[in-house]
Design a protein around this ligand. Structure first.
Ligand SMILES: Cc1cc2nc3c(=O)[nH]c(=O)nc-3n(C[C@H](O)[C@H](O)[C@H](O)COP(=O)(O)O)c2cc1C
Length: 212
């Protein structure tokens, strides 16, 4: 089968966690955001926000909050059953978070709370028992936006990695980010790759695909 340019981008992309020190051109980062912005969203609400973290003070504050979160977690699980395994998990998640502070480009990605689904409106009007799991729609929008960002970066020769592990340690990043009405969903790092990790295997097609 002939590989199209899109196939190559999709097949070639992998998460990159180690970067050279160089910062990619601003124009490229803008192109990646513009690509993210073309993603579909519920009722075209476009709820996704990319918050570039440039300030060294803010980074330091985040880093410290993460350290503090890790210490609190380790303290809390000290006497838990299977505490050794939990401790290993906590430390692994920390390792898979900390590299974000070395990335040339770091974004927090969040959603605005302005989108209210019909399901939520019906609940508020007393016509539904249960409130719509209100973050579901906007979370789909985040994923789609990130995919646009990642693929454009891949085309430009940049590597990226999405991170949610830091949110284990910083439960309320909104306290650190002075942004009203934006809920942080993840972080994303970008830069010129300084590693060549293997592709991570994917499940078999038949495990993913069903017909009914
Ligand atoms: C929602 C989400 C959260 C993720 N969080 C982290 C993270 O916190 N730290 C990390 O190193 N990688 C994180 N990743 C990257 C995944 O580990 C990676 O995408 C997966 O192992 C497949 O590898 P690949 O991207 O190289 O194909 C995350 C990916 C997604 C989609």
């Amino acid at each position: 089968m002939i590989e199209t340019p899109l196939d190559k981008l999709i097949q070639g992309r992998k998460s990159i966690r180690k970067y050279t020190k160089d910062t990619p051109p601003e124009e490229w980062i803008k192109k990646m955001i513009l690509s993210a912005m073309k993603a579909p969203s519920p009722t075209n609400s476009q709820p996704v926000r990319f918050i570039r973290i440039l300030s060294p003070e803010l980074k330091e504050q985040l880093h410290q909050a993460m350290e503090h979160g890790r210490e609190s977690l380790l303290e809390a699980i000290k006497n838990a059953p299977s505490s050794k395994r939990l401790k290993n998990w906590v430390n692994a998640y920390f390792r898979f978070s900390e590299f974000m502070f070395l990335a040339p480009v770091l974004f927090a990605v969040g959603t605005t709370s302005t989108f209210v689904s019909l399901s939520e409106r019906l609940f508020r009007a007393g016509m539904r028992e249960q409130g719509h799991k209100k973050h579901r729609d906007v979370d789909i929008a985040v994923g789609l936006a990130l995919k646009g960002y990642l693929l454009k970066g891949e085309e430009l020769g940049l590597g990226s990695c999405i991170l949610t592990a830091p949110l284990i340690f910083i439960e309320e990043p909104e306290i650190i980010f002075p942004l009203k009405g934006v809920e942080i969903k993840c972080f994303i790092t970008t830069g010129y790759p300084d590693e060549e990790p293997d592709h991570i295997t994917r499940k078999d097609f038949n495990e993913i695909y069903r017909e009914m």
